[in-house]
Design a protein around this ligand. Structure first.
Ligand SMILES: [Zn+2]
Length: 261
């Protein structure tokens, strides 16, 4: 929220420096500037913990530069934030490692938003005069300005929280969908495996049954054949000729073979 009541005290927009711009940068504005992926990239960027302000940040004149050590393979990404041509008066950002908006740029904006005091971007103290030197009218004005500032900060914090919440919910819902999909796939796989195993078991049982039946039939035929041969030989040996015996045995074996088939 740019405060119109402060207009006389702030520089005209045209002459705002990068420091002025970054001092006034709110989360909401950063998101507007970065576009639809802004909130996500700022949150991703906020996870970069190894930033040493003295070592990794260069901030002079109209150049803000942040080096992210070890943030990518190869050369460390360097993010710069500058002002566009004065007429446009907009922040321009760039990352040496990426073609499009990236979490490195998000890290730079997150840093600016989180570390205003450390970066020398906190509200200019020279604007504030000691309260005891203010007239009643000035006191009221100061109080109004303070309230506006507090409201702006609150609105910004709410926007950040809501964006984070929305993203968390989207992630959660995505995770739920994925879990449901995986569960369905696992169930289908388990079912098809069970069916395949059952089929294989049935096949094996059928094969074993057939083998057992075949074995019994063969054994029965053998026993019957031998027993019949013994009986015939015993009863007919004395009286009958070899041709009769052979014919009888041949017929019996044929009958048994037919039954066993
Ligand atoms: Zn990048």
């Amino acid at each position: 929220m740019e405060t119109r009541s402060r207009a006389p005290k702030i520089k005209r927009t045209k002459r705002l420096t990068l420091k002025d711009r970054l001092s006034r940068l709110t989360y909401h504005r950063a998101c507007q500037l970065l576009g639809p992926d802004g909130p996500h990239m700022i949150r991703r960027g906020a996870t970069y913990q190894d930033i040493d302000l003295d070592r990794d940040v260069y901030f002079r004149g109209d150049l803000f530069r942040l080096k992210l050590r070890g943030a990518a393979r190869g050369k460390d990404p360097v993010v710069t934030i500058t002002l566009m041509a004065p007429a446009r008066n907009r922040l321009r950002f760039n990352c040496t490692a990426c073609e499009t908006l990236c979490e490195h740029v998000g890290a730079a904006f997150s840093l600016v938003l989180e570390e205003k005091t450390a970066l020398g971007l906190a509200a200019e103290p020279e604007e504030r005069r000691p309260l005891e030197t203010l007239s009643p009218k000035e006191l009221v004005e100061q109080a109004l300005r303070d309230r506006e500032e507090a409201e702006a900060m609150l609105a910004d914090a709410s926007a950040r929280r809501e964006a984070a919440l929305a993203e968390a919910q989207a992630l959660l819902s995505g995770a739920k969908d994925e879990a449901a999909r995986l569960a369905a796939a696992a169930e289908a796989e388990a079912k098809s495996t069970a069916e395949r195993r059952e089929r294989m078991a049935m096949d094996r049982i059928a094969a074993a049954e057939k083998a057992a039946v075949d074995e019994v039939r063969l054994t029965a035929a053998d026993i019957a054949g031998v027993a019949a041969g013994q009986v015939i030989r015993k009863e007919l040996t004395a009286a009958d000729d070899a041709a009769l015996i052979d014919r009888a045995i041949g017929g019996l074996a044929g009958a048994l073979g037919h039954r066993a088939a």
